[in-house]
Design a protein around this ligand. Structure first.
Ligand SMILES: [Fe+2]
Ligand SMILES: [Fe+2]
Length: 204
């Protein structure tokens, strides 16, 4: 994507989320976008792609579930290139977690179909932002981290320091560990895919 294209799309998506999202979620999306842009700068990735994926990642989060499914049914071909992704398959095939996480794939389809974004890294980052995938692109890891550690989130006291100092893989593992701990402490159930990844990456 060229920069004239991406900055125009960015301002269109910003206008859309300003209309569609509650004030709290809009603030989260803006904060995710800023954190994502910061991490892209740190890790030598495309800053504007990071900003766009961050602002758009929860674009469909406040649509009713049936509408999220309708977007997938209508424009799911936008995700055909990720068909072999085990994390996307896990997300789509588990009925419980599909309901919680389908807003990511729906947002990727909307960005692709409504805004003409065809960049694989951006679409993957948005589609997979709810499910940790250590095999995904660096941009997808950045957006996963930014979504979980942006400053408006309840986050560990050392999160800001970690965002500034850890390398990308270490920061991904740190984020995953914090997500698992948060689910354990809150009594909510973690997706089996994320739990299995955690066991693989963190257990001795
Ligand atoms: Fe989300
Ligand atoms: Fe989010």
């Amino acid at each position: 994507m060229d920069y004239i294209g991406i900055s125009e799309i960015l301002s269109q998506v910003e206008k859309t989320v300003e209309i569609e999202l509650s004030a709290k979620r809009l603030a989260h999306c803006r904060s995710t976008a800023e954190t994502s842009a910061f991490l892209c700068e740190r890790f030598g990735l495309d800053v504007e792609k990071g900003r766009l994926a961050g602002i758009a990642h929860d674009m469909c989060r406040e649509l009713v579930y049936e509408e999220q499914e309708r977007i997938i049914a209508q424009f799911g071909s936008c995700l055909d290139r990720f068909h072999a992704s085990p994390s996307l398959q896990a997300l789509l095939s588990d009925p419980v977690y599909r309901k919680k996480m389908i807003h990511g794939p729906a947002a990727a389809c909307m960005l692709c179909h409504e805004f003409g974004v065809d960049d694989a890294d951006i679409l993957e980052a948005i589609a997979l932002h709810s499910i940790a995938d250590n095999g995904a692109s660096d941009l997808a890891k950045v957006v996963y981290i930014a979504d979980k550690l942006e400053p408006l989130r309840q986050r560990p006291s050392d999160a800001e320091e970690m965002l500034h100092t850890l390398n990308l893989d270490a920061l991904f593992v740190y984020t995953l560990a914090n997500v698992v701990r948060w689910f354990q402490e809150s009594g909510k159930s973690l997706s089996p895919y994320t739990a299995e990844l955690y066991n693989r990456m963190l257990q001795p």
